[in-house]
Design a protein around this ligand. Structure first.
Ligand code: KG4
Ligand code: ZN
Length: 345
């Protein structure tokens, strides 16, 4: 069943202020106000600035989502907000706004784990795509803060099979981009330049590939790029820059795909998803599609509009939980894996 209670959701865990109206996995409106321009000049997210911008953006973004969905507060069945993990000051803006809304309307408010939202992102439906049944699968969850393989048995039943020991995949993209003076966030820029380059130009390390574990490590790649730049200097032509980007991307993608294939074989999953900001990466999508064809598994990736942070995925998780009986409860947390027991207060 893809329908569910009508939910207004807010997401403010990092640098996007987002609001959405959903009914189950059906998105009626999704609005994202990005703060990328605010943080770009600092080369990364400045937590204090993020909180301040959420504060000014949250009301207009919520109003825009309600207007786009053509729905009033009185027609909602419930409210949802990202409870964590994320920047505490940023999370608190969304949570306190929604607690106020819950108090004023009497609607139940459900707190959602940000990564559970990402897990739902390939299953969302809207005017442009059909919703898909959220069934058992293996998820590769790759964003600025996470790189993990998650065995999804059903809603709320998650097991982390492997995590990163140091940097997340998105962080690796961002840090390498910073070294190359490509600005923040670096993932999309490296993705674009990699299209023109030769992925075999530089042979960067594929960390942990030879080990049977399902863990990742990306900090060595960052060091390898730094050493390469020390030895050869910054690339002086667009071609050399593109070659470097293609080589870095290939090193990240090869490890992600190899570990996902291994996990899928070991756990005999018929369906695989790739979620999180890095799931927008064209190289990763292409390599994963090739693996799906070779190993004969079903691959679901989110539409590009749901790869990065958004509130539709948070609303969908809450709507399905509410349909299953969840009621009010939000406890804010800065960190914590998706399979950690966590009670609502
Ligand atoms: O999921 P997300 O929007 O926020 C977090 O929860 O972290 O992910 C943001 C991350 C950033 O590190 C960004 O560089 C990366 O996703 N990213 C990409 C691409 N688009 C965004 N990485 C590689 N290729 C892309 N096309
Ligand atoms: Zn995210």
């Amino acid at each position: 069943m893809l329908e569910g209670p009508i939910i207004l959701a807010v997401e403010s865990s990092c640098d996007e202020t987002a609001a959405a109206v959903v009914a189950g996995q059906q998105v009626r409106a999704s609005v994202v106000a990005s703060q990328v321009a605010v943080h770009a000049k600092f080369g990364g997210v400045v937590p204090e600035l993020a909180s301040r911008h959420h504060l000014t953006a949250v009301v207009p973004v919520v109003e825009e989502a309600l207007a786009a969905a053509k729905i009033g507060w009185g027609e909602l069945d419930g409210l949802a907000v990202t409870a964590g993990p994320g920047l505490i000051g940023a999370l608190l803006v969304g949570v306190q706004f929604m607690q106020g809304a819950a108090l004023a309307t009497g609607l139940p408010l459900v707190g959602v784990h940000h990564m559970e939202g990402h897990l739902l992102s390939p299953f969302l439906g809207d005017g442009k795509q059909e919703a898909r049944e959220f069934g058992p699968h293996l998820a590769l969850s790759v964003s600025g803060g996470h790189s993990e393989l998650v065995l999804v048995e059903g809603l709320g039943r998650y097991r982390v099979l492997g995590n990163t020991r140091d940097d997340a995949a998105g962080e690796a993209f961002d840090k390498v981009a910073k070294m190359l003076g490509l600005g923040y966030p670096g993932g999309p820029v490296i993705d674009r330049l990699a299209e023109e380059g030769d992925p075999e130009a530089v042979n960067f390390p594929r960390a942990m590939l030879d080990r049977p574990s399902l863990e990742f490590s990306f900090s060595g790649l960052k060091t390898a790029v730094a050493v390469h730049l020390q030895q050869h200097g910054q690339p002086t032509s667009r071609e050399a820059l593109a070659d470097l980007c293609a080589s870095v991307q290939a090193a990240i993608v090869e490890v992600l795909v190899a570990k996902t294939r291994r996990a899928r074989r070991e756990h005999r999953c018929k369906t695989v998803t790739v979620v999180g900001g890095v799931s927008a990466n064209r190289g990763l999508r292409a390599a994963m599609a090739a693996a799906a064809e070779k190993d004969r598994f079903q691959l679901f990736t989110p539409a590009l509009r749901y790869c990065g942070d958004n509130a539709a995925m948070i609303g969908a998780a809450a709507s399905l939980r509410m349909r299953d009986g969840a009621r009010s409860g939000v406890r804010v947390f800065a960190s914590g894996a998706i399979d950690e027991p966590r009670e609502a207060s």
